[in-house]
Design a protein around this ligand. Structure first.
Ligand SMILES: Nc1ncnc2c1ncn2[C@@H]1O[C@H](COP(=O)(O)OP(=O)(O)OP(=O)(O)O)[C@@H](O)[C@H]1O
Length: 582
């Protein structure tokens, strides 16, 4: 959280004030410095329950409603109150490295005036075991980790970490933690913690369901359930979907980004890594620059990309939402019962799912399990979330669209939906998850309307778009499987170089920062420079510079060129070496 922004007015509790919460002056000053004038609703409800009544808290509140502060402020306050306590007093568990980085930055801001009294250790910060040992020697008060990292550190340190004094444990994005398969780690953690003695627990998420039962029984006693409903009238998010075909997703993207139809930053979600590169390579040919974010990239690069995107260095980010891999079954379990059609579909799917899952797990062996960008990350000032590929669950949809219309800003979510009859028609542009798009859309609409939100259909003027088809097809053909594979390797190589030491060097030498950009061109095998320019005749009338005199714009270079060739070489192909000598 480098430049904190205000939470949406819809989430701020105007009837409350920080002064009533009896917080330490150092904490109050830090909150003031963060620019948080009043607590948000989730904060004004949770903080007194936690600090005055010492209750365990299960909180369900919308994305962007300030949940991090709702557990972060009580943690820091509790540590400041028990100033004489030694040892680790608090644990924050998060599902992904990206979120851990964000949470750590938030705690750093909260503790800016009490650094000596509240020490933080980020176990996901790529430290070696020896470094972790010595940092543990500094007696940190708060540990931030994923459940698996915490367990592996506890096991490696072999009794060197004492968690018996822990007073607060917060689990952020708890449902994602469960769907990431961290439940076993959480079970193991039980034996290290003073459960039901001293321990106060926060379970936080935007979506909470019955899967929480086991955790609730294990870690909470008489928890206060804080559920905040969205105030629909104040929401500044507009949601659209557009039914399209497999290839037209690419075509529409070209039109949207080349003609700057979105004012501001856009976050595009795709469902697998190759698709991210396919889209990047495709757009790149039109001179549309964008960065990629996926679990294959080194963690430092990922964090840097999010940071730079938040600083407005990049306008367009293509993120692979890999939570799809983990949540499909849970969501089906929750939702299929609601829809009889889905039960049949689920059975059908299960037969086919096995092979594709095992193939996927082989494929994703090298991916970082602790990666995730659709949830919890505070992407700043995102004007539009584009679901290039619809997520496979309505829950994932909520989290994706929660990346826009944050912090009081307006935002738009646009989802491309593939009608079932269109599925499989374009072999290369086809994606298996799209087979269920219509069903997922039905669920999304049902769920959003239950919360008072509306998803409106959006119709692109296809007559206008049609003119761009020829160029799109041409550019799409240039993005071969080999080009994608090479781009993937090239990007990883680039990012490994960008990572670590060089990153630090470039930060000290900003003039060389250009070498660090994450949106460099990766190039498909065939480079077609003419595609970068949009000829006037393709533009809508209002946008042309000289509407009346468009005339014919040849794709071939010039007549003179042709004539020259004919005259000088008798129609034969020119010898480039000879041409050079002249
Ligand atoms: N009291 C407050 N006043 C103003 N802004 C706030 C306040 N608390 C938090 N914010 C800001 O609101 C934004 C969202 O906060 P946060 O990331 O904690 O939300 P969240 O509920 O955890 O969202 P998500 O579920 O997506 O993680 C952040 O930019 C944060 O700086």
């Amino acid at each position: 959280m480098t430049t904190p922004t205000a939470a949406s007015a819809a989430y701020v509790d105007d009837s409350s004030s920080w002064d009533t919460l009896d917080l330490d002056p150092r904490l109050l000053q830090a909150i003031d410095q963060l620019g948080f004038e009043k607590p948000t609703l989730i904060q004004s409800h949770s903080i007194p329950l936690a600090l005055e009544q010492k209750r365990d808290i299960i909180a369900k509140a919308s994305t962007g409603s300030g949940k991090t502060g709702a557990y972060g402020i009580p943690i820091v306050q509790t540590i400041l109150t028990n100033n004489d306590s030694v040892g680790i007093q608090s644990i924050v568990l998060v599902p992904t490295r990206e979120l851990s980085n964000q949470v750590v930055q938030f705690f750093e801001k909260l503790t800016m005036y009490c650094k000596n009294d509240v020490k933080l250790l980020d176990l996901l910060a790529n430290y070696s075991d020896q470094v972790i040992s010595s940092l543990l020697g500094n007696k940190p008060d708060i540990l931030v980790a994923t459940p698996s990292k915490l367990i592996s550190t506890l096991e490696k340190q072999n009794g060197g970490i004492d968690l018996s004094q822990v007073k607060i444990m917060a689990i952020d994005e708890v449902d994602l933690i469960l769907s990431f398969g961290y439940l076993d780690d959480l079970r193991k953690l039980e034996s290290y913690l003073p459960i039901k003695k001293n321990l106060q627990t926060f379970l936080m998420s935007a979506t909470v369901n019955d899967d929480l039962q086991e955790l609730k029984e294990k870690y909470c006693s008489k928890p206060a359930i804080v559920k905040l409903n969205d105030d629909v009238s104040q929401s500044k998010l507009t949601q659209y979907y557009t039914k399209t075909t497999e290839f037209d997703k690419f075509l529409l993207c070209y039109v949207i980004f080349k003609l700057n139809l979105i004012k501001g930053k856009a976050l595009v979600f795709v469902n697998d890594i190759d698709r991210g590169y396919r889209l990047k390579l495709f757009l790149e040919q039109f001179g549309v620059r964008c960065c990629i974010l996926n679990s294959e990239l080194p963690v430092n690069s990922r964090l840097h990309i999010v940071e730079e995107f938040n600083k407005n260095v990049y306008n367009l980010l293509i993120a692979t939402d890999e939570t799809n891999d983990f949540t499909v079954e849970n969501d089906e379990k929750d939702e299929a019962a609601e829809d009889e059609d889905d039960i049949q579909d689920k059975e059908e799917n299960e037969g086919k799912k096995q092979p594709s899952r095992s193939k996927k797990s082989r494929k994703s062996a090298k991916r970082d399990k602790e990666y995730g960008v659709s949830r919890g990350i505070d992407f700043r000032n995102v004007a539009c979330v584009l679901n290039f590929d619809l997520p496979v669950t309505s829950k994932a949809y909520i989290h994706r669209i929660g990346r826009t219309a944050r912090a009081g800003k307006a935002g738009m979510a646009l989802s491309f939906v593939l009608p079932q009859k269109e599925y499989g028609k374009h072999k290369v542009a086809c994606l298996t998850t799209a087979k269920r798009d219509e069903k997922v859309l039905k669920r999304i609409i049902r769920q959003q309307s239950a919360n008072g939100f509306e998803l409106k259909p959006y119709q692109f003027d296809m007559k206008q778009v049609e003119g761009f088809r020829y160029r799109s097809e041409d550019a799409f053909r240039a993005v071969t499987a080999t080009a994608i594979r090479e781009a993937r390797i090239k990007e990883i190589k680039n990012e490994i170089i960008n990572s670590d030491k060089l990153k630090r060097f470039f930060e000290e030498n900003p003039q060389d920062l250009i070498a660090l950009r994450h949106d460099k061109e990766l190039h498909p095998s065939r480079v077609q420079s003419h595609l970068k320019r949009v000829p006037d005749y393709l533009l809508p009338e209002a946008a042309r510079s000289d509407v009346k005199n468009i005339g014919f714009i040849p794709f071939q270079k010039h007549k003179i060129h042709k004539n020259n060739r004919k005259r000088k070489n008798g129609g034969k192909k020119a010898d480039p070496l000879k041409m050079k000598k002249r």
